[in-house]
Design a protein around this ligand. Structure first.
Ligand code: PAF
Length: 284
């Protein structure tokens, strides 16, 4: 495995690989790799010959007062994990190369970025779509893998890729959970044991909601009320949103059908966690 820090070196390598007829598969990350990222890398191996993993804590997708400065960073730990999982190239640029003086362009997807995480993190998705389109231009992948934990992010990136006619296959991969069921996130590292224990209410709530929907409850408001009640049992949590949306449009729905997905964002102490699940799919 090699690590490339220079943007033009990465782009030149990608173009050379394409000329040789190699399929490039891309896993974009902000580092501090966990099993969720590593499962994307292992899946990536089935989609092409060269797996590129980017590690870049993208400053422009963090709002004021968010955790950009404290976001966990450890390139040597990440390199060891990436090599073991089968990454061929780590691309880890500096922010000064990605956004040099005079940088002036932003990518904005309308319609599905204003709700859910977009409502509480204004500008976040512009930061994501801008960096992902830059990374696509640099890494020149044939396909790219994203985790479904960031459900809205995946929908926004799919929209952008279609709208900008980018010849890149976007592959969404299932959420990977810790043994106790908490969805894996680099931010889980911030949780104290007490907050971690509290955060397990997310998967309890999802399980209750799914069981209820599978037993025939069709009323989205009734299911949201159950979820809210379960999360509020934990006392000092702060709910950002609990919504049931159509998976394709991300519009809220009133009736449960096969495309209905429950989306949650809840603060546990200073840490905001997100999770989601299709309501008519059993939750194990
Ligand atoms: O999901 C993430 O880790 C980031 O939002 C991404 C896609 C790497 C863009 O910075």
């Amino acid at each position: 495995m090699e690590t490339i820090r220079q943007l033009d070196e990465m782009q030149a390598r990608a173009l050379a690989l394409r000329t040789e007829g190699k399929r490039i598969v891309f896993v974009p990350t902000m580092g501090y790799l966990h099993e969720g990222h590593l499962s994307l890398v292992r899946a990536a191996r089935n989609h092409g010959e060269v797996v590129v993993l980017s590690i870049f804590v993208n400053p422009i997708q963090f709002g004021a007062g968010e955790d950009f400065a404290s976001y966990p960073r450890d390139l040597s730990r990440d390199s060891a994990l990436a090599a073991e999982a089968g990454v061929d190239i780590i691309f880890a640029p500096e922010a000064s190369q990605m956004y040099p003086a005079g940088y002036a362009t932003s990518v904005h997807v309308e319609g599905i970025t204003e709700t859910l995480c977009g409502a509480s993190r204004p500008g976040h998705f512009d930061g994501v779509t801008t960096v992902v389109s830059k990374l696509f231009g640099i890494v020149q992948p044939h396909s790219a893998l994203f985790g479904m934990k960031d459900f809205q992010q995946l929908a926004v990136i799919r929209r952008m890729t279609v709208d900008l006619n980018l010849p890149i296959e976007i592959i969404g991969m299932p959420i990977v959970r810790e043994a106790d069921g908490l969805a894996l996130s680099s931010r889980n590292k911030y949780l104290t044991p007490h907050l971690h224990q509290q955060a397990l209410c997310l998967q309890d709530a999802i399980r209750m909601a799914t069981d209820t929907a599978l037993k025939g409850e069709k009323d989205a408001a009734a299911i949201i009320a159950l979820v809210q009640q379960r999360i509020q049992q934990e006392g000092d949590t702060r709910i950002d949103y609990i919504q049931i949306c159509n998976a394709k449009t991300l519009q809220e729905v009133t009736q449960i059908d096969v495309d209905a997905v429950l989306l949650l964002a809840v603060h546990f102490g200073p840490t905001r966690l997100i999770d989601n699940h299709y309501l008519l799919t059993p939750f194990n």
